[in-house]
Design a binder for this molecule. Sequence first.
Ligand code: ADP
Ligand code: MG
Length: 604
Amino acid sequence: MSKKGSLQVHTENIFPIIKKFLYSDHEIFLRELVSNAVDATQKLKMLTQKGDYAGDLGDLTIRVKLDKEKKTLTVSDRGLGMSESEVERYINQIAFSSAEEFVEKFKDLDDKSAIIGHFGLGFYSAFMVANKVELVSKSHSGTPAVKWSCVGTTDFEMAETEKPEVGTDIVLHINDDSQEFLDDYKVKDLLKKYCKFMPVPIAFGDDAEAINKTNPLWLKQPSDIDDSEYGEFYKELFPFQPDPLFNIHLNVDYPFHLTGILYFPKIDNSINLEKNKIHLYSNQVFVTDKVNDIVPEFLTLLHGVIDSPDIPLNVSRSYLQADGNVKKISNYIVRKVADKLENLFKEDRAAFEAKWDDIAVFVKYGMLTDEKFFEKAKKFFLLKDTDKKYDTLEGYREKTKDAQVDKDGKQVYLYTGDKELHDAIIGSATARGYSVLVFDHPIDSHLIGKLEMGEENLSIKRIDAAPIAELIDKGEKAEDVLSKKDSESLESAYKALVDEKEFKVERKALSPNDPPLIITQDEFMRRMKEMSVMGGGPAFGGFPDSYNLVVNTNHPASAKLAALKGEEQSNMAKYLLDLAKLSNGLLKGADLTRFVSDRISQVN
Ligand code: ADP
Ligand code: MG
C-alpha cells in the first residue's frame, strides 16, 4: 500500500528558507538527527525498563555512514522506531509545523548569529544539506515498517517496506552545495564536536569504537570522583593546555537544573586573556562555546563545561540576558566561584598564596565587573608587596596603619608597577618603614580606583608620584639652605635643558639624603592614561607623557651646581639630569648612546 499526500502547508516557501537558512551553520543538521536518534534509543530503553517492551535491545550504537557513490549520509538507530501513523503525526504534522514556526520566527532576524548553534529546526534541518530525505522506520510495536521520502517540496511519499530490525534510518541525499558532508574527516569532526558526550554510543561507519563518552564526568557525584579524574577530563576537553589550578563541580537541581565542571587555568600577565573555553551543553548535547550571554564576562576566563536544559536556546541575545533563569544561573555560578575561592583561602592560606599570582587577574577582573563578586572577594583578595608577602585588604590596612598615615589621618598605600625600574625608590621607601605593593597588570589601574572607592580614607599612589618625603605628607618640612638667588639659578640651569611640555621644573627643599634631582609623575594623569590604554577610561591615551622635575635644593650637589657658571654649570646640570632620567628608565636611544660614550671617553 502506497500513499501520497501533502505536508500541512502554512507557508509555501518553507523549504527554500530552510535551505538558505543560516548559511554558516548548516552543520547543525547532524546534531539534530543524531540527537533524535539518541532520544529514540533512550525511549526504547525506558520502555524496556518499565516492562512495556520485551524485544531484544541488541547493540544500541547509533551509526553514521557515508556512501560516496550514492552521495548519501545515513543516521541509523535502534531506537523505538515509528509506525506509519506516527510518521504521519510526528514528521508530517508536528515536526513540519515546528520547523515552520521556527523559520517564521527567525526569517526576519538581523542578527542570525544569535541562533547559530541553537536548537529549533529539528528533523527538517536535514533539508539544509539534502535535496532528498528518506526515512525508513520499524516501530517496536510490531506494525509494518514504513518508508517515507521527500524531495524538499511540500509533497511526500510514504509506503510499507521491509526492515529487519526495530529502529530508524534517516538517509540524506546530499545536495551539490553540501558535498563537504560526504567527507569522512569532516563528518567525524562534527560528531566529535556535537556528540562527544551524548548518552548513547555513536560510531562512524563500521568503526568498533564509539566517538563519544556516554557518561561524562560532570554527571557523576563529586564524592565519587577522585582528583586525577578531574585532571584527565580537563586534558580530554583541552588537550594542549597546561594543567589547571583547581576546579569547581557545579550541581544544582532547584530552581533550575545545571551541572558542570569549571576549571581555573593559569592566567598569565598579558592583556590578551583567553576566552571561549566554556562549552555549553543541553542534556549532553553540545550547543556552543560562546557563553558570553549566559555567564558574566569575567567567568569566561574559566575553562570547562556547563550542562543545563534550562537555558533557553533558540532565542535572541537580548532576550537571553533578560531571561530570569539565565540571571539565576549566572548568579549561582558567580557565587559558587567566590565560595570556592573563599574556602581555598580559609582551608589552606599558604597554598592559596602560592596560587595567587596565577588567579589574581581573574579575581581582579571579577571584582571590577561584578559587584556581588567584589563584596565576596574582599575577604580573600590578596595584596602582594615587593618582598612577596601577601596580605588581605584588612590585614594590610592593619599592617600599615602606623607608618603610612598622613597628617590628615588618610592612609596611604604605595605601589610599584616595575620592581626593577623602581629599585632605588623602593629602597628609600622601605628605609622609611613603608611597605610597597606590586601592581603590575594593566587591569590594576582600574582596580586601584575601585579599592580607593571601597575603602574609606584611603589613597593609593605609585611610588614615583612624588618625592618619597612627600608621598605621605606627615607635615614635616625641611629648611631651605640655599639662598633665593642660588636656588633660582639652579632652576634656570635645568629649565634650559628640558622641553617644558615634557618636564615641569620645580624646586623643593627636601632632605640632603634625597637625590638632587627627582623625576615624578602625577598620579591622576598617569592613571587616566593607563586606564585609557586598557580601555574603559577617558581618552587620555593620546596625551604625551609629562613629568615633574623636582630639584632638591638641599642636596650638596645642588649647592655646588649653584656656585658654578656658564658652560660648567650647564654640563653638570646635564649630567645630573641624565642620571635622574637613567634611574627612571627615561634615558633611551641616541641620548643613552651619547651618555655612555661620554662616560667612556672620560675613562680614556
Ligand atoms: P523534536 O526532536 O524537538 O521533537 P524533531 O523535528 O527533531 O523535533 O523531531 C520530530 C519528531 O519526530 C520527534 O519528536 C520524534 O517523535 C520523531 N522522530 C524524529 N527522529 C526520530 C527517530 N530517529 N526515531 C524515532 N522518532 C523520531
Ligand atoms: Mg529533534
